[in-house]
Design a protein around this ligand. Structure first.
Ligand code: ARG
Length: 396
């Protein structure tokens, strides 16, 4: 019997997929389930997968790896797709692809499967990820192939085959959540004129209902990595989780976006990334204290490009890795502290310090102690503006 490794979430789609892969192709189905957000009950998951017909299930808590190898590079890159989306979902896919390939190798399986729809970006990310790592694996996407046109038909199929599913609360929206944020789409959100109803949001309070008094958070970075929150040493995952709580309370990190999907369509999605929004603002702020103008301006171009590569599913690629190396090159200087004010949906850097700062108060000051030599300004301006003088030929 041919083995297939299925990226399994325990939800309706992948539960039906287990049974469908057995019936349609006669595979032996091995499930692989990764935790990169909330940790579900492993026993329940395993029981469900087995009841659907899986021969075996791998369940792995990958939050640390996700934070270290995916979130940190994206944080350093200041990666926001089309200037807004912090890409929680996009970043999780290559991680899942990598582990799916690992399990397939361990099991000597030649087939892998996933539960992504045929209309989204995630199928692209998972499949390109898999193929970049092992192009010999054959990929099956049940949701692109199967006969079910609606959720109801899937539920009927599940009932008919005694596949355990929980369809207690009918989800109005399609959600995808991990520690870096949540993506929310479908339902009424498909009308781009409709303001997202409050019940669509999961991780944040409405900014208008945030505490009346602002709060401050201080984040210490060492070599680019956030290591202390409000003076307390914390590992990355707990820090992100704690910041999700704090910033979520203040309504920080909401985005409502029309985005350009890889598969050519525009879609409307809302996002929440409370911790990510705070950490990225902090990291950007610290870099602006430390690096010179040319580097900072050039890096903005890299950020844009980097975000595209992540969004497009091109994680395991030469250019993405080269950009990682470029960005990592000077992170050893990114040490210092940033204080930010959280105030009704806003995150406003309000204090910064770094032993590596290029900022110099004595150069910047308008008060006593000024070391800036203003006598040189006149000559500088003359040469700087020379190419644009009418007499030289700078005609516009
Ligand atoms: N549009 C986002 C992306 O491509 C999220 C996709 C998943 N969204 C969801 N609500 N299930 O990264």
């Amino acid at each position: 019997m041919n083995k297939i490794v299925l990226a399994y979430s325990g939800g309706l789609d992948t539960s039906c997929a287990v049974k469908w892969l057995i019936d349609k192709y006669g595979y032996e189905v091995i499930c692989f389930c990764a935790f990169i957000g909330e940790v579900s009950d492993k026993k329940i998951l395993a029981r469900r997968a087995k009841a659907a017909g899986a021969s075996k299930i791998y369940i792995e808590d990958l939050k640390e790896e996700f934070a270290r190898d995916f979130i940190i590079p994206a944080l350093w890159a200041h990666a926001r797709y089309e200037g807004k989306y912090l890409m929680a979902t996009s970043l999780g896919r290559p991680l899942i692809a990598k582990h799916l390939v690992d399990v397939a190798h361990k099991e000597k399986a030649k087939y892998v499967a996933h539960g992504c729809t045929g209309k989204g970006n995630d199928q692209v990310r998972i499949e390109v990820g898999i193929r970049s790592l092992d192009a010999s694996l054959k990929i099956i996407a049940p949701l692109r192939e199967w006969e079910f046109a609606t959720r109801e038909e899937e539920i009927e199929y599940a009932h008919k085959h005694n596949i355990p599913i929980s369809v207690t609360q009918k989800n109005v929206y399609s959600l995808d959540k991990n520690i870096w944020g949540i993506a929310i789409e479908a339902g009424i959100l498909e009308d781009p004129w409709v303001e997202p109803p409050e019940d669509a949001y999961v991780m944040t309070r409405p900014p208008s209902e945030a505490p009346a008094r602002p709060t401050h958070v201080t984040i210490d970075f060492e070599k680019g990595v956030p290591v202390r929150l409000n003076g307390k040493k914390m590992a990355l995952v707990p820090m992100i989780e704690k910041l999700n709580e704090i910033a979520g309370e203040y309504g920080v990190g909401r985005v409502d976006q029309i985005e350009n999907r890889v598969v050519g369509i525009k879609s409307r999605e809302i996002y929440e990334a409370p911790a990510g929004t705070v950490l990225m603002a902090a990291h950007e702020e610290l870099e602006s204290m430390i690096f010179d103008r040319e580097y900072l301006h050039y890096k903005r171009l890299i950020s844009e490009r980097y975000a595209e590569l992540v969004y497009y599913g091109l994680w395991f690629t030469t250019l993405k890795e080269a950009l990682d190396a470029f960005i990592a090159r000077h992170q050893d200087r990114v040490t210092g502290a940033i204080r930010l004010k959280l105030d009704k949906g806003h995150v406003i850097p309000s204090g910064r310090k770094s032993p590596n700062a290029l900022y110099s108060e004595s150069l910047a000051t308008y008060s006593t102690g000024d070391t800036f030599d203003r006598t040189k300004a006149e000559g500088f301006i003359k040469l700087w503006g020379l190419p644009y003088e009418k007499t030289v030929g700078g005609k516009v």
